[in-house]
Design a protein around this ligand. Sequence first.
Ligand SMILES: Nc1ncnc2c1ncn2[C@@H]1O[C@H](COP(=O)(O)OP(=O)(O)OP(=O)(O)O)[C@@H](O)[C@H]1O
Ligand SMILES: Cc1ncsc1CCO
Ligand SMILES: [Mg+2]
Length: 267
Amino acid sequence: MNLTADAIWKDVQAIRQQSPLVHNITNYVAMEFTANALLALGASPVMAHTAEEVREIVGISQALVINIGTLSPAWIQGMREAMAEAARRNVPIVLDPVGVGASRLRTETARELIAAVPPRIIRGNASEIIALDSDAQKTRGVDSSATSSQAYETARALSKRYGCVVSVSGATDLIVQGDQELRVNNGTPLMTRVTAMGCAASALTGAFAACNPSALHAAAHAMAVMGIAGELGAEQGQGPGTLPMHFLDALHLLSAGQLQARLRAGE
Ligand SMILES: Nc1ncnc2c1ncn2[C@@H]1O[C@H](COP(=O)(O)OP(=O)(O)OP(=O)(O)O)[C@@H](O)[C@H]1O
Ligand SMILES: Cc1ncsc1CCO
Ligand SMILES: [Mg+2]
C-alpha cells in the first residue's frame, strides 16, 4: 500500500491528457487561486453554486469538490443538490470542512452533508477533522491548532463510519482508509502563511480522484504534488507574496524527475 513517484507521475500525466472537469462549490477567498491551481495542474475548473444549475454542472463534470469556507443557506442547498446528483452519477465527491468547530453552522452543515451523501474523500486540516467528530474541539477560525497525528483516531473512525478516505493536512499529511494509511512529509511551513493552500489541496484531490479510481491513492498523490510544488515554489520566492505565483509555475512545470527526487512518503 505504498506511495511511489511513478504512480504519482502516471496520475499527473492522466490529468494533463484528460483534463478532467472539476466542479467546485468553494469559498469566496479561495475561488480564483483554486481555479488557477487546477489549470496549472492540467485539469479544468468550473465554479457553480446555485441550486438551479448545480445538477447540470455535475452532469458534465468528472469530480465535485464541496468546500464550506463561506456558507449561506442558499449555498448549502446548492451543496445538497450537487452531492445528491454526484452520488446518482457516481461522480467522486471531495468535501473540505473548512472551519468546522468554529461555528455551529459550519459544524452542523458539514455533519449533515457527510451523513446524507458520504463523500469519497474528506480533506481537512487536523483541527477540522477532529471537530467533525467531537464537540469538544473548538477550531480557531480556519487554521489548524493540532497535528495530523492528533487527528489519527478520528480519521480512522470517520473513514470506517462513512466508508470514505480521510485526508488530513499538516507537516505530515495523513491519508486513511479503514485500516490502510499513507503519509506524505513534503511541503513547507510557508504554505500555512498563504490562504487557500488547503482549499487548493482539496481541489487537486478532486482532479486526482477523477483520474484514479483508488480514492486512497488519489488523495495521497494530490497531497504529494501539493507538497512538492510548495517546496519548489518556496525555493523560487522570498515569502508569502510570491509563493502562490511560484507554486502555480511549479505545478505547471512538474516533472517525473522532481517527483523522484523529492517524494518523502511513509506508511
Ligand atoms: N508545517 C508544515 N510543513 C510542511 N507543509 C505543511 C505544513 N503545514 C501545512 N502544510 C502543507 O500545506 C498545505 C495546506 O495544508 P493546511 O493544513 O495548511 O490546510 P488548511 O488549513 O486547510 O488551509 P486553508 O484552510 O488555509 O486553505 C498542504 O499541502 C500541507 O501538506
Ligand atoms: C480565510 C478563510 N475564511 C473562510 S474560507 C477561508 C479560506 C481558507 O480556508
Ligand atoms: Mg482548509
